[in-house]
Design a protein around this ligand. Structure first.
Ligand SMILES: [Zn+2]
Length: 390
């Protein structure tokens, strides 16, 4: 998966859209390659710079297609209560980073299939536009790049984008975890067996099978003379094999901590601040006394509302601290990412962004009442003892 070298492009609805530097390499090669292709197939009246210009437009269209695919995953995940923190584009496409794993096979299925559906719609849209522009026969000739074709620039762009989206669709539907098709396979296995970890191991095994097949095919292709295609395929196989092995190891680990819930590990006597407390009291009786960086904030019925961080309390000017209440300055947990259900399995906290960032989360019951605080240290200790006892 993409390493740390990223550039943030922009943010959509709280989702950071970033590109790995390897992505610029993809765009660069694509523009060079497409300029060459377009130079051969375009009717000659567009001038010297036209193929290059169209290649840039096509590359941006490809970029947009991959981004929309990932946003498809992101929108469905968010609707199902799994916020997405970032989308990264890299050498082999895009990755939407979920802040936690899905907790039901139905959710997993919907999130996994959303991306391919977007890609299918994009392929259909490009095909429809291309056919509307120049008729089905001409469009098909553009897709297959027949000899002596002289096509318009718009048709060249649309036919290439239609083809690449079909390719992206087929590739993503290969049932090799963690590709989308593999996630769909895992969701089905999860539904059938009722056990997420067994389903992950199954999907990872299938994924490993496919990855070895990719490597073998890539090497054969390489020997047959297609150097770039062969290396590309073998490299994808290698990365898939790594990811599948990682998933298998993680699920083996997860099955050891099955049955441990947040409530088993958390601090069940949390110190919380009421919304109605004055900022002055919050500082004197909580921050100065316990020296923690933040406290959970509850309403009159002990329901968890958000966090008060030390900086927010300190930022209130001293003369108004007695009048201002905590309710006016605390960070409301609008997205629900700062809390976790106390009966949730401990493994649902693995890879939880907020836990890593804050060092702890509020644990609440079914009615949203604060039952405890669980810290990253407590989670770490529980995991270590589960592993050493296993
Ligand atoms: Zn996808």
């Amino acid at each position: 998966m993409p390493a740390g070298n990223q550039l943030t492009l922009f943010t959509v609805r709280g989702i950071r859209i970033g590109v790995d530097y390897s992505w610029f390499f993809v765009l660069f090669v694509l523009i060079i390659y497409l300029s060459g292709v377009y130079r051969d197939v375009l009717s000659a009246d567009g001038g010297e710079s036209q193929p290059y210009l169209l290649a840039v437009i096509t590359a941006l269209g490809f970029f947009g297609s991959i981004l929309l695919h990932e946003l498809g995953h992101a929108v469905v995940a968010t609707r199902n209560g799994i916020p997405i923190s970032e989308i990264t584009l890299w050498l082999f496409g895009g990755v939407a980073r979920m802040t936690r794993d899905s907790d039901a096979p139905g959710t997993e299925f919907k999130v996994a299939i959303a991306g391919p559906i977007v890609t299918l719609l994009l392929a259909l849209a490009c095909t429809g536009l291309g056919i509307a522009l120049s008729g089905a026969d001409e469009f098909w000739r553009a897709v297959t790049v027949e000899e002596d074709t002289a096509i318009s620039g718009a048709l060249a762009v649309l036919s290439w984008l239609a083809s690449i989206n079909v390719l992206v669709l087929v590739f993503n539907l290969i049932p090799a975890f963690p590709l989308d098709g593999g996630r769909v396979a895992r969701a089905i296995a999860w539904k059938v067996t009722g056990n997420r970890n067994r389903a992950t191991r199954f999907a990872a095994l299938v994924g490993q099978g496919f990855s070895y097949a990719f490597i073998a095919l890539g090497l054969l292709w390489l020997l047959a003379g297609n150097v770039i295609g062969g290396i590309w395929l073998a490299l994808i196989g290698f990365i898939l094999a790594q990811s599948a092995r990682g998933s298998a190891m993680q699920s083996k680990f997860s099955s050891r901590i099955e049955g441990i819930s947040v409530a088993d590990v958390m601090d069940a006597e949390p110190v919380a601040i009421r919304e109605s407390t004055s900022v002055e009291r919050a500082i004197d009786e909580y921050f100065l006394r316990y020296r923690w960086p933040w406290f959970p904030v509850v309403d009159g019925a002990d329901r968890f509302r958000g966090l008060l961080v030390r900086e927010a309390a300190d930022a209130v000017p001293e003369p108004s601290r007695a009048q201002q209440t905590v309710g006016e300055v605390f960070e409301v947990d609008a997205s629900g990412t700062l809390k976790v259900r106390d009966d949730a399995p401990l493994e649902s906290l693995l890879g939880n962004d907020a836990l890593r960032r804050l060092g702890g989360l509020a644990a609440v019951d079914a009615d949203g009442r604060l039952r405890g605080v669980i810290t990253a240290d407590q989670v770490g200790r529980a995991l270590r003892s589960a592993v050493s006892s296993g």
